[in-house]
Write a protein that binds this ligand. Structure first.
Ligand SMILES: O=C(O)CC1=CCC(=O)O1
Length: 93
């Protein structure tokens, strides 16, 4: 099952810089592990925003929820999920 996920990051301005660096590094490691596992095939920066558009490839809504809620930045993000279906005009489908 494919899902488009938009993540908007909003870190508190008064967050300790060391803590911020650690969380961002943990986020990168977590995200790259999921990419290597094939669960997170696309991640794109939205130009001019501290936000991304990603595509997840998972078995269920519950799996997606578990992966998203495990993000180190989860407490600091607004997340919007859009389930994707095959388009009838897709020549690759
Ligand atoms: O910087 C972001 O868009 C938040 C994020 C998600 C995965 C990652 O490595 O950073």
């Amino acid at each position: 099952m494919l899902f488009q996920v938009r993540m908007d990051v909003c870190l508190p301005h008064d967050l300790d810089p060391k803590t911020r660096s650690e969380i961002v590094a943990e986020e990168k490691q977590y995200a790259q592990e999921l990419q290597r596992a094939g669960k997170w095939p696309h991640i794109w920066r939205i130009v001019g925003e501290y936000a991304n558009i990603s595509v997840f490839d998972v078995e269920s809504n519950d799996e997606l929820h578990a992966l998203l809620s495990g993000l180190p930045l989860f407490p600091y993000m607004d997340i919007h999920v859009t389930p994707l279906a095959t388009h009838p005009s897709d020549i690759n489908a």
